[in-house]
Design a protein around this ligand. Structure first.
Ligand SMILES: [Fe+2]
Ligand SMILES: [Fe+2]
Length: 195
């Protein structure tokens, strides 16, 4: 084998390895943060149910919670299957999610729904940006995950719309509450991708 050919093969192998490493990092980041997010979502709805479970919106919140559990189970499986390290912040999101859910529910059903609208709009956007990253990396290789994320994104946007239908915008200080929760979600995403 000639020297230039050997060099070519070597370069190809190195760049393939670099691509594989980039894909591995992308998948780890996505699975880690989504597991954390879905745990947070499940806890938010648990907090809301603790306060509003016996009111007219109880069953609606319960239905959304069950979908979050489905999402969470998917990432719990993926984290094992793809051998991804979970974020060290899971215990924090466990508590913070519940406090956020219960705290906003104490403002009434409108407060709980305002929380849902804010959180789900961030999560919907977040899933869309992950779907774009996976398409850019390799749509064929990530076909299954893209399908899952698209389904979850649709569920989250449905939760968002449910919140609006149930008077989210009538919550006390709706705009301010919504902004604070959104900033909190962006912060939680940023941290969970890194820690
Ligand atoms: Fe979810
Ligand atoms: Fe959701």
């Amino acid at each position: 084998m000639s020297f230039p050919l050997l060099c070519q093969i070597g370069i190809r192998r190195i760049s393939q390895r670099a691509r594989d490493e980039k894909t591995r990092k992308l998948l780890s980041r996505i699975i880690r943060v989504d597991q954390a997010g879905e745990l947070g979502a499940d806890r938010i709805y648990a907090g809301q149910i603790a306060v509003l479970g016996k009111t007219s919106v109880g069953p609606i919140i319960q239905e959304m919670k069950e979908q979050e559990q489905e999402h969470l189970e998917t990432f719990n499986h993926l984290i094992v299957e793809k051998r991804v390290r979970p974020t060290a912040l899971l215990p924090l999101w466990n508590v913070a999610g519940f406090v956020l859910g219960a705290g906003t529910a104490m403002l009434g059903k409108e407060g709980a729904m305002a929380c849902t609208v804010a959180v789900e709009s961030v999560i919907g956007e977040h899933y869309n940006s992950q779907i774009r990253d996976l398409m850019e990396d390799d749509p064929e290789k990530h076909k299954d995950l893209i399908q899952k994320l698209s389904k979850f994104r649709d569920d989250e946007l449905h939760h968002h719309d449910t919140g609006l239908e149930h008077d989210a915008e009538k919550a006390p200080m709706y705009e301010a509450l919504s902004q604070v929760i959104k900033v909190g979600c962006y912060g939680a995403i940023w941290l969970s991708e890194r820690i």
